[in-house]
Each structure stands twice: as structure tokens, then as C-alpha cells.
Write a protein that binds this ligand. Sequence first.
Ligand code: ZN
Length: 137
Amino acid sequence: MTENQNKLFAAASLVQKRAHAPYSKAFIGSAVLMSDGHIYSGCNIENASYGGTVCAERVAIFKAISEGAMTPIKEILVVSDADKPWPPCGFCRQIIAEFATEGTLIHTANLSGKIKTFSFLEIFPEAFTPSNLDDVK
Ligand code: ZN
């Protein structure tokens, strides 16, 4: 792992234990490294309505934005218990698109230390981004 991956993995695996996941039993942690060098973390927070559930990645990003972090996101890591590390879901990819560049690194990891890295462009090509709205007439 790189130094940044180590820091993100430590932050994400710490909060993974705090996940509120009584329905799926899937404990997920995430951490984002913002362009100002700060790291914010989040865990999945499920809701009895199911639709009110928020993924760990979105919790981490929303915390960063609400705390005044400088964008874009440089790197984001997601850790799960799964043998094959879970990638961000479609909702999270769209939220990442709002604050990422094509080169933002997306790390997926599991607790055994298996890690796979993608660029944002690889994981979400042709993303709808704020720049698409520049064409609105
Ligand atoms: Zn998600």
C-alpha cells in the first residue's frame, strides 16, 4: 500500500466498526483524502425505510463538504468484509463525480488488505458532471 492508502485504510477501517447496518449486516467504511490534505471518514448508516440508507462513501464526502474541505477529492477508499472488495455503488459514483476529477483515485479494499485501485474515469466513464450543465441554454 502507498502512504495515502495506509492512512485512508486506517481511517476507513476504524469507522467501519461504527456502521449502523442492522438490515444488511454489511459493515462498510470509507475515507476521503481532500485536496487540502485532510481526511474525512464515514460508515454506512442504514434506515428501516431502506430508501433512507446512506452509504459510507457519501457519509464521508458529505462530512468533508460540510466541514469546509477543499475539493477536488484526491483519493477515496472503501473497505468492506467481502472477499472481493466492494466498489462504490451508482449513487455514490454520482456523488463522487460532483467533487472528483477524472484522475481521482478510487481504492476498494477488504479487511485482509486486498486492495484494487481505479481512476475515477475508469470506474465511471461518461459521468454526468457539473460541466454538463454548462451546455444548458
Ligand atoms: Zn453507495
